[in-house]
Design a protein around this ligand. Structure first.
Ligand code: SF4
Length: 207
């Protein structure tokens, strides 16, 4: 897909969805990112609320046991591993980063349970950086629009999206995530009711 077509699609989606991007506290965004891997949004938000209510800062989290955190975040996917990662991450935040969530990708990637997507989520939603976190929705849409190849890893898709989308990445990211949840779903897209069907190059439409 070329830049012009992508811009037309973005304009159309922008009229449909009223997206606002607000900055959120870094520690909340970080915990959300760690919990969200292979977990539905509703489950992630509920677990995030419970665990942050119990401990809203790294030093406070270290006072909780792994068992307690497991109970609070259940039933997120891999809740046992994630509870350990939360504790290890909080320990590192306290010991190495003065209790603050770091602001660079390199430092964020040192934290247990934090990979490409979560580090970008923190940079985007906590620190307002112009980056696109590639989640499953973004990956699926990028492949259907032939922006990315079928075998591309998230970090490759990210670079390809960055080349096509130089500005306003926060809003565009949110538009595409919402569009992926509502219409361009996985595994079967709702092409028959898609507002950008005429602009979409996908060869295997579900019409
Ligand atoms: S036509 Fe189908 S594949 Fe293309 S954007 Fe719409 S839902 Fe996705």
């Amino acid at each position: 897909m070329d830049k012009r077509t992508l811009n037309k699609i973005i304009k159309r989606l922008n009229k449909l969805y009223h997206i606002e991007v607000r900055k959120e506290p870094p520690f909340e965004v970080l915990i959300h990112g760690i919990l969200s891997h292979r977990t539905k949004d509703e489950t992630t938000f509920s677990a995030q609320e419970k665990v942050l209510k119990a401990a809203n800062a790294p030093a406070k989290m270290l006072k909780l046991s792994a068992k307690k955190i497991q109970k609070l975040i259940y039933p997120v996917g891999f809740y046992r591993q994630k509870s350990k990662n939360i504790l290890k991450t909080c320990k590192l935040l306290v010991e190495k980063f003065n209790g603050e969530v770091p602001k660079t990708k390199e430092e964020l990637m040192q934290l247990p349970g934090v990979g490409e997507k979560t580090s970008d989520i923190v940079l985007l939603f906590a620190y307002g950086e112009n980056v696109i976190p590639v989640d499953s929705h973004l990956a699926t849409i990028s492949k259907r629009w032939y922006i990315a190849d079928e075998k591309d890893k998230p970090e490759v898709i990210r670079e390809k999206l960055h080349k096509l989308i130089p500005k306003n990445r926060a809003i565009i990211n949110q538009l595409l995530v919402q569009f992926g949840k509502d219409v361009c779903k996985s595994p079967i897209p709702k092409c028959y009711s898609c507002p950008v069907e005429k602009l979409c190059p996908f060869e295997d439409k579900n019409l």
